[in-house]
Design a protein around this ligand. Structure first.
Ligand code: FES
Ligand code: MG
Length: 578
């Protein structure tokens, strides 16, 4: 049986655990009797897993426990059986050495958890940056119907009556502090309130970018992504997510690859460009596409980026926080404005197509959600550059950079690692001026698990002179809340012998954004000599997860997934017992 909107009805996975009158069936049912479930319940009702990344070391996800209760209520109301499973919580600012490698660990945990347990559908509860893609990647490979609900943005308030406190504000304030333009007292006041409520970062950083594109991908309920974490409407969405998940569980449909097709990724990239979203999302989308067999490449981001203007007036590229974007109409209104660029027939877990969702949407504030002919800023938001310095590509958030640097030639100042930057950047002996090109290497996926070091600090003496942007190039990532002329994700990275490893102080680097070129202006023979002399760095990790990570992580242009995790198993049931 099949219908147009929700796809075929499939046999319940959970029936293989609970609906057999044999010894395994007895064991499974009798075990869960201790959790309050009767033989009749287990024999007749679909089962939904609630995968929860709540933790009190992760304030971005701190409301997920309450939301899980609402999801549970919705599942019970709709006649399903809820089971909540705690998964690893990746707390962006706290977890060390950097959050990024744990995305793949969470993805593995989520996939194996779903496959090993009798879930007919799963609700994914994430919020902070890496919890969203980790859950999605794992669930996509597990192949069981999924629906994603985020924790929602925080609602920070002003520290000093001035700008609202948020992570983008922190970066600006740090620059002002280093330039001697802000007092220690104001800085301390900012520290006390910058994370003043639960919820993820409230500008269009990585978390808000991932949450909004989940609506465009079709894996979240329309309108759900930007409701603040503390807003009661999020709880109502959670209950609806629970109810919806039971309908998906009962049908075994739609499966992730029936939602996450090439149209869904195009729509997500379109929205990402329109909101000036985080460059990290590029990596996450590439990895997610790899899980569902969509042949997505960096070039697709550049193709879509060339035609989609920045229409969401939100930080860091614009003025407001995401709460204003929500009250201006939210993602459905953004999608309505972007209609000419979208695949309207793409399906969603809501049962509607994207085209049906935007029919009832409305732009309420045209300063916050701009019409296509009055963008927040002209020009592309995200660009992909290539050249002899980045043969497999590198990315730049053009809308958050000073356009004066889009065509730039300058002398390289090379830093081998982040500690050297800290030690040397303010050294009066350092030969650097505003035209210099700051290079950081050995910060790629293998080199350092790709921390968010790509927004290299500027020298104090240049900040004091009013310099606010310089060209920076690295194989690192950059926080979605950050800004500046940063060429990121240079691929292949220095630690595996990419050309970034061959740059020397004083080499001329040329960036040409309109031509999408990034060149190291050194003669090929000289580069070849340097290549012959290059030695790979000694492996830092000889055991444990980081050893596994370094052996299997793919380069940034492929999404930094593990090579052995690409794709999905055909069979959603685990082997054994049956
Ligand atoms: Fe968690 Fe920004 S620190 S979303
Ligand atoms: Mg981040």
């Amino acid at each position: 049986m099949s219908d147009k909107k929700t796809g075929p009805t499939r046999p319940l996975r959970s029936a293989r655990w609970f609906r057999k009158d044999d010894l395994p069936g007895f064991v499974h049912r009798s075990t869960l009797a201790a959790a309050g479930w009767s033989r009749e319940d287990l024999m007749t009702r679909p089962v939904v897993g609630i995968l929860n990344t709540w933790s009190d070391i992760n304030p971005c996800n701190l409301n997920l426990r309450a939301l899980a209760e609402e999801v549970r209520t919705g599942i019970l109301e709709a006649g399903g059986i809820p089971f909540e499973v705690p998964l690893m919580s990746i707390s962006e600012n706290i977890i060390k050495p950097t959050s990024f490698p744990f995305r793949n660990l969470l993805a593995m945990e989520a996939e194996e958890c779903i496959r090993a347990y009798p879930f007919d559908a799963v609700v994914l509860l994430g919020g902070c940056d890496k919890t969203q893609p980790g859950l999605l990647m794992g669930a996509a490979s597990a192949g069981v119907p999924l629906i994603f609900l985020g924790s929602g943005p925080a609602t920070p308030r002003s520290a000093t009556g001035g700008d609202l406190a948020n992570a983008t504000g922190v970066w600006r304030l740090v620059d002002q502090l280093r330039a001697g333009k802000v007092s220690e007292g104001d800085f301390a006041a900012f520290e006390r309130c910058v994370m003043g409520t639960v919820g993820h970062c409230a500008e269009m950083g990585t978390a808000s970018s991932m949450a909004t594109i989940c609506e465009a991908l079709g894996v979240s309920l329309p309108g759900s992504s930007l409701i603040p974490a503390v807003d009661r409407r999020r709880n109502l969405y959670a209950r609806e997510v629970g109810r919806r998940s039971v309908r998906m569980a009962a049908k075994g449909s739609p499966r992730p690859n029936e939602i996450l097709d090439a149209r869904a990724f195009d729509n997500a990239i379109t929205l990402l460009c329109a909101v000036g979203g985080s460059t990290n999302v590029i990596i996450h989308l590439l990895a997610l596409a790899g899980r569902v067999g969509v042949p997505l490449t960096l070039d697709r981001f550049d193709e879509i980026g060339r035609r989609v203007p920045l229409i969401a007036n939100v930080q860091p590229a614009g003025e407001h926080l995401t709460e204003r974007l929500m009250t201006a109409g939210g993602v459905p209104a953004l999608l309505k404005t972007l209609k000419p660029f979208l695949h309207l027939d793409a399906r969603t877990v809501d049962g509607c197509t994207i085209g049906e969702i935007i029919e009832t949407a409305e732009v309420i504030d045209a300063d916050v959600i701009r019409p296509l002919d009055n963008p927040v800023r002209s020009g592309e938001t995200l660009v992909v550059v290539r050249g002899n310095l980045a043969p497999d590509g590198a990315v730049m958030k053009a809308c958050a950079a000073d356009p004066k640097l889009f065509r730039h030639r300058g002398r390289a100042v090379v830093f081998e690692d982040v500690q050297t930057i800290a030690d040397r950047i303010d050294d009066p002996e350092l030969d650097i001026d505003e035209n210099s090109v700051l290079i950081l290497r050995n910060a790629g996926p293998v080199g350092a698990a790709m921390p968010e070091w790509g927004m290299l600090p500027l020298p104090c003496h240049l900040l004091a002179r009013g310099v606010r942007d310089m060209l920076r190039i690295s194989d690192a990532r950059m926080s979605g809340t950050a800004y500046g002329a940063a060429v990121l994700h240079v691929s292949p990275e220095a630690a595996v012998g990419g050309p970034l490893a061959l740059v020397r102080d004083g080499d001329i680097i040329e960036l040409d954004v309109p031509a999408r070129r990034l060149e190291l202006c050194v003669a090929p023979e000289e580069l070849e000599r340097r290549r012959q002399a290059w030695q790979p760095p000694a492996p830092k990790h000889t055991r444990g997860y980081r050893n596994l990570y370094n052996q299997h992580v793919e380069q940034a242009h492929r999404g930094c997934d593990f090579d052995f995790l690409r794709g999905a198993n055909e069979e959603t049931l685990p082997e054994g017992l049956f």
